[in-house]
Design a protein around this ligand. Structure first.
Ligand code: SAM
Length: 360
């Protein structure tokens, strides 16, 4: 019988690497340099006429106006309630004080909620949920890499859909002998931060490699941090093995991916559409992992499922694209179905708590 996996439960205290003696020190230096992104300040979106988020901002302003005016809260509840399956949590993230809506007043011409249709409200909620930011902590990502190490083959392309500041993409490129690791991120500032972090990582890699007592050549055998084998080009060619793309993940073809990673905890209402997309594009045998929400599309076979509190704080699932699509009967599964009455009760409690905070 196989031993159950042993999961790390917290990040080990990271000691700065003071001397680079061995390639392991290079890896550790680089891993340390890409931590901590989840604490970054999230700037509000810019209100400018050419913003790709202009409709998102307009609808968000209309909703926020109803939230701020107590006499319009019942109307807000009435408009949101049909779409609870598109809301992550209770009060949509964009309407919370730290949300990404600009802080400046609405410009003339923006529509009030009464003039905004249900489909637009729903689309706003889905987009708003997807834009929430979070990262797995280092020990969780290490657990994840341990868990997938046995099924990763050398070569292949790893893709992170919704790559944020790029931690998973850069970590995967260090951890595994992928030919290429690609991050796809919708929000411009996050993409820019990922590009900057990659720039920093490459500069640091150059310095750390130069500090090795015996220089690494492309042919030097290299033991990888999660058990695989590679050679020196794994680190020497890091620049050509990592790429970030600023794009909507639904517009990027993942046909060539051997592993698609999604930190999908805020993608609940998007999961069915993502499942359809991945089933159409991915090759038989390719892997997908999700957090929190399952992929219910029948083209994917569940390989492993790690309950919340084991591999990571939330559950993590690993799937494999199985069988030709012609033989697969698509089911209209809905993966995210909260109870509207319970949601409304929680929302009204949040309104009361908000008003209390204002009074104090
Ligand atoms: C929970 S964060 C995960 C970040 C990163 N994958 C990680 O695990 O460290 C999800 C990211 O998905 C991005 N996102 C949401 N919808 C997207 C879309 N349609 N296309 C690309 N990125 C999207 C968000 O902006 C956010 O940065």
């Amino acid at each position: 019988m196989q031993n159950p996996p042993v999961f790390r439960t917290h990040d080990a205290a990271s000691r700065p690497v003071v001397a680079i003696q061995h390639p392991d020190d290079v890896f550790e230096t680089l891993f340390q340099s890409i931590q901590g992104g989840e604490q970054h300040v999230r700037p509000p979106l810019e209100l400018r006429p050419d913003s790709p988020f202009l409709t998102f901002i307009e609808v968000g302003y209309a909703l926020r106006a109803c939230l701020e005016d107590k006499s319009r809260r019942d109307y807000l509840v009435q408009r949101l309630r049909p779409h609870v399956s598109a809301i992550i949590g209770t009060l949509p993230a964009g309407l919370q004080p730290q949300g990404m809506l600009p802080r400046v007043p609405a410009p003339p011409g923006f529509r009030p909620l009464e003039q905004i249709g249900d489909a637009e409200v729903r689309a706003w909620l889905v987009e708003d949920g997807g834009l929430i930011y979070g990262e797995l902590q280092r020990h969780e990502l290490d657990n994840y890499f341990d868990a997938i190490a046995a099924v990763i083959r050398p070569g292949g392309v790893m893709v992170d859909l919704g790559s944020g500041l790029g931690k998973v993409v850069m970590s995967a490129a260090l951890a595994f002998p992928f030919q290429r690791c690609i991050g796809v991120e919708l929000i411009g500032y996050r993409h820019a931060m990922a590009a900057q972090r990659l720039h920093n990582l490459l500069a640091l890699a150059g310095k750390a490699l130069a500090a090795l007592p015996s220089p690494l050549t492309p042919e030097t055998p290299l033991r990888l941090p999660f058990g695989g084998e590679a050679n020196g080009s794994h680190l020497l060619d890091l620049a050509s093995r990592i790429a970030f793309i600023e794009a909507d993940m639904f517009r990027v073809d993942v046909r060539g991916a051997s592993l698609v990673f999604m930190y999908s905890t805020c993608f609940g209402p998007l999961m069915d559409a993502l499942g359809d997309k991945l089933a159409r594009e991915m090759q038989e045998g390719a892997l997908v992992s999700t957090t929190t929400y399952p992929l219910t599309h029948p083209a994917f076979k569940l390989l492993c499922s790690y309950p919340a509190g084991t591999l990571a704080w939330t559950n993590v699932m690993l799937y494999q694209r199985a069988g030709p699509l012609e033989n697969v009967v698509t089911t209209a599964a809905t993966t995210y179905e909260p109870d509207p009455a319970a949601w409304e009760e929680r929302l009204r409690q949040e309104f009361a708590a908000m008003d209390d905070r204002v009074l104090k």
